[in-house]
Design a protein around this ligand. Structure first.
Ligand code: SF4
Length: 394
């Protein structure tokens, strides 16, 4: 059985996608589930997971969905399903600057997911707790994962807690065992904390429980991002990334992705979909097909870095229509502007920890804009958008 949550547009089911990897079979299964059990909409979340929206109520729907997800290897353990937040760098070792061999990041994700499912203690991990398999590019660190397994060279990995490296280096299985041990130590020490950073003593407490120390000086860490467009891989082939505006996917898009990329696609927390290992001759037709299917391929698009919560029609707490506001902002802002998130109430769902620009509704006529540390109180969505345009023009 899958846990379904109430939302304004029906029931909602979260589908964990370890490493953001979706097989073609999984995409076809999700498309059919969205069509036949839901309202045809899926969201990519800030954890690179998926949400199926508008599901009908009833145990038979939850049971039907569980069977479909299990058949597509998307639900290996009902008991551990809330705990399985495992992100990976979207090019998984292929990007310039990545360390280690291609395939190692995927192996780390598989070991982490299997280890989580095998641990009774990790059933109690909070739903916000998150692992990252970092290929050395730092892609994915922007969401501040709780535990990171990071590549340092072929067959060599480190482990970081809340971004601070442990005094450790080992092979993949040893690094994964340590990462899982850190998560179990967090469960023991966390109390009501949802994130490792909220544990009393934070990363130091967990490191001490593992019998290790944090490195004395924090490492300078790259946090490379991969937006829309093509990137040359280390092996000369091409990775092509499309951005899903507002993180929204739908059945015909998933079926088209499955057709275009039988080897599957990779989702990221930036609401992107990446196809890897393309030949140069494939890029132009693939770019046209992805754009025709509804993804954004232009690196200068106003959608780059622009996000919004579920908002009006999907969440009963929404006070203003932030999705309409984001659509208008996408037309007026440029990709060079800082990342910007709109939330329709003060819960601020989807906001990244270090988001430079955020807009959150406190009431229908009271919005708080945080802009690089400044705070502005504005009376409407239009006023907030106008002020952001003014700042960009300075
Ligand atoms: S921020 Fe508020 S309105 Fe938006 S999804 Fe979260 S709870 Fe709903």
């Amino acid at each position: 059985m899958v846990a379904l949550q109430d939302a304004a547009d029906g029931r909602l089911a979260r589908v964990r996608v370890p490493g953001g990897r979706l097989t073609a079979e999984a995409m076809v299964t999700l498309a059919a589930a969205a069509d036949e059990l839901g309202n045809g909409l899926l969201d990519v979340t800030a954890r690179a997971n998926l949400q199926l929206r508008g599901l009908r109520a009833g145990a038979e729907v939850a049971g039907d969905l569980a069977g479909r997800l299990h058949g597509a290897a998307l639900l290996p353990s009902v008991a551990h399903d809330r705990a399985r937040n495992v992100l990976a760098s979207p090019l998984a070792g292929r990007a310039p600057g990545a360390l280690g061999a291609v395939g190692e990041v995927d192996d780390i994700v598989a070991l982490l997911d299997a280890g989580i499912c095998a641990s009774d203690a990790l059933r109690d991990l909070p739903a916000r707790f998150c692992f990252l398999a970092d290929d050395g590019t730092g892609a994915g660190r922007e969401i501040r994962p709780d535990v990171i397994v990071v590549a340092r060279g072929v067959g060599h990995f480190g482990v970081a807690l809340d971004g601070r490296e442990l005094d450790f280096e080992g092979d993949g299985p040893a690094a994964v065992a340590l990462a899982l041990g850190a998560a179990e130590a967090f469960v023991d020490a966390s109390g009501d904390a949802w994130r490792l950073s909220e544990t009393p003593g934070g990363a130091r407490t967990i490191a001490a429980a593992l019998g290790l120390a944090l490195e004395p000086v924090a490492r300078a860490v790259r946090t490379r991002t991969f937006g829309p467009g093509a990137v040359s891989q280390r092996d000369g082939r091409i990775a092509l990334t499309g951005l899903a505006p507002l993180g929204q996917l739908w059945p015909s898009l998933l079926r088209e992705l499955a057709r275009l990329s039988p080897a599957g696609v990779r989702l990221s927390a930036r609401r992107t979909v990446t196809l890897v290992d393309l030949a140069g001759s494939q890029v132009a037709p693939m770019r046209a097909a992805l754009a025709g299917a509804g993804l954004v391929l232009e690196s200068g698009s106003g959608w780059v870095g622009l996000t919004a919560c579920a908002g009006t029609g999907a969440c009963s707490r929404a006070l203003v229509d932030v999705r309409a506001a984001a659509c208008a902002r996408a037309l007026s802002r440029s990709a060079r502007e800082p990342a910007e998130h709109w939330a329709a109430c003060e819960r601020r769902c989807g906001e990244l920890p270090a988001a430079p620009v955020t807009v959150a509704a406190r009431a229908a006529d009271a919005l708080e804009v945080r802009y690089h540390g400044e705070v502005w109180d504005l009376p409407s969505v239009a006023a907030a958008a106008a002020r952001l345009e003014l700042e960009a023009a300075r």
